[in-house]
Design a binder for this molecule. Structure first.
Ligand code: BG6
Length: 487
């Protein structure tokens, strides 16, 4: 099956922070992939805007380098080896700009073609959002149809997020603001919605009557070396739970929206966040990774020997509504864990009665793997083949559809590629609305404040493990266990 690529309208995309890490690692290689796919039209233009004093050619050279360093492969060859690279680079331009001053703004104004779709990507520190937004307006660069894209972290608590929202709102309408959470751009995350709302068989079972509990894990093997200073001010709660895990939880738990439109979907997600229960301290486990012979400990990576910031967190939470009353949602995420794997598992209840002698009934578990390999499996109980009576066995029914969808299934667009194309198309469904972000902080803040008030010390855990043993113990107390993650 060949996937259909619908080109977007011609656009001018300005990337503030165009020479920065995110632009080089994700945004620019991603745009090149969309160019190869035929989705980025040949009259679209990408304008890098940053402090670096380089010209357009210098920017193109930097992007060529970024594509070869971070572009990975497409099909069976390196992205940088595609012949289209020169034509793509020809569509790039650059302006040296001072986000807080006047330099570069008139030049940028002369380059942006107002008759096209205009998008401005703020790939810069949030402290610059207000300055850039103000200058976009002042210099006549932005109008009613322009879009701005902002990255996380969107604030570090409720009041800073409110302040950011207010600043942006004084220059742009909500329908122009695209707050990125790149987890929403992941293929399987969207497949989750297709699975839930495109099939009749899951929805009747998707509630407290049939679901025992839900597990959400985002495990990473990397530590925080190189970004310890940033990370130490956030910790796993702010860096991952408040945004990425929260979004996964919303998509699992939300009511079916009446239509697949941005506000219907976001209204339902917001209701989930607002129904989240406060989490008691004994239902949270925080951890910090230890050193190994070859890697440093969290405290060393953070260059802060007395830090109480967590590199691992596990928690149990509940959603107080008709659908989910009494169903625990277990969340965990951490750095330097045994393997890189992200999974959502919907664990169904045990059978009410068994007609077989065998006790081998497993639970039905729907597991949605986000990475490294995207896929969906359903653990089912079947008869073990062959003679010997009715022996039962649990097998995963593979629903990843790679065979049905053919080789294209391997080359799915990266989250950033998809999200940037959605910005150009003007589709906000996979972006966070201001009230959603604020509601997420309103739930997170008291938990973090409580740690501070009690000087809560994270538990050490072995690098290469699945976090502190207390995280298994918390599950065991409930008569449950974390699932083994796929290696
Ligand atoms: C980022 C976090 O938002 O997401 C990082 O700041 C984390 O700490 C990353 O490593 C994980 O993203 P992914 O797509 O690699 O799972």
């Amino acid at each position: 099956m060949v996937s259909r690529v619908i080109p977007v309208k011609p656009f001018d995309l300005v990337i503030f922070g165009g020479t920065g890490d995110l632009a080089r690692r994700k945004i620019l290689p991603g745009l090149f992939r969309r160019f190869i796919a035929g989705q980025m039209p040949s009259d679209a233009r990408i304008i890098g805007a940053a402090r670096s004093d380089i010209d357009a050619q210098g920017f193109r050279d930097m992007v060529r380098q970024a594509v070869s360093e971070f572009g990975g492969t497409l099909g069976d060859k390196a992205l940088a080896e595609y012949d289209e690279l020169d034509s793509f680079l020809a569509q790039l331009d650059y302006v040296t700009i001072d986000a807080m001053g006047e330099q570069g703004w008139s030049e940028l104004r002369s380059k942006v073609r107002k008759e096209l779709v205009n998008a401005f990507y703020f790939s810069v520190a949030p402290s610059l959002f207000g300055d850039i937004a103000e200058r976009l307006k002042k210099h006549g660069l932005a109008d009613e149809d322009s879009r701005i894209v902002v990255e996380k972290p969107f604030g570090r608590d409720l009041s800073s997020a409110q302040e950011l929202n207010e600043t942006l709102a004084s220059f742009f309408k909500e329908k122009q603001i695209y707050r990125i959470d790149h987890y929403l751009g992941k293929e399987t995350v969207q497949n989750l919605m297709a699975l839930r709302f495109g099939n009749i068989m899951f929805e009747p079972l998707w509630n407290a009557n049939y679901v025992d509990h839900i597990q959400i894990t985002v495990a990473e093997t990397v530590g925080v070396s190189g970004r310890g200073a940033y990370y130490d001010k956030s910790g796993a709660m702010r860096d991952m739970v408040q945004n990425h895990l929260m979004q996964l939880l919303c998509l699992i738990a939300m009511e079916p929206p009446s239509q697949f439109s941005s506000d219907s979907v976001r209204d339902e997600k917001l209701k989930v966040i607002r129904a989240l229960q406060p989490v008691a301290p004994h239902e949270i486990v925080r951890g910090q990774y230890d050193a190994t012979e070859t890697t440093l400990s969290y405290r060393e990576d953070a260059e802060n020997p007395r830090t109480f910031t967590e590199s691992f967190i596990m928690m149990k939470t509940h959603i107080a509504n008709f659908r989910w009353a009494g169903v625990p949602f277990y969340l965990r995420t951490g750095k330097r864990m045994s393997n890189r794997a992200s999974e959502i598992a919907v664990v169904f209840k045990a059978l009410p009665h068994s007609i077989f002698d065998s006790n081998d009934h497993g639970r039905n578990v729907l597991s949605i793997q986000l990475q490294p390999d995207e896929g969906i499996t359903m653990d089912m109980t079947i008869k073990e083949p062959g003679p010997g009576g009715m022996r039962l066995v649990n097998v995963p029914l593979d629903m990843s559809f790679a065979d049905a969808l053919g080789p294209d299934a391997d080359d799915v667009p990266d989250a950033y590629e998809r999200l940037i194309m959605d910005v150009i198309r003007g589709n906000q469904t996979l972006f966070m609305r201001g009230d959603e972000v604020e509601a997420a902080w309103a739930w997170t803040d008291p938990i973090i404040e409580d740690w501070k008030a009690r000087n809560d010390v994270p538990k050490p855990y072995d690098s290469g493990s699945m976090g502190p043993l207390d995280s298994q113990a918390l599950m065991q107390r409930d008569g449950r266990a974390w699932r083994e993650l796929k290696k």
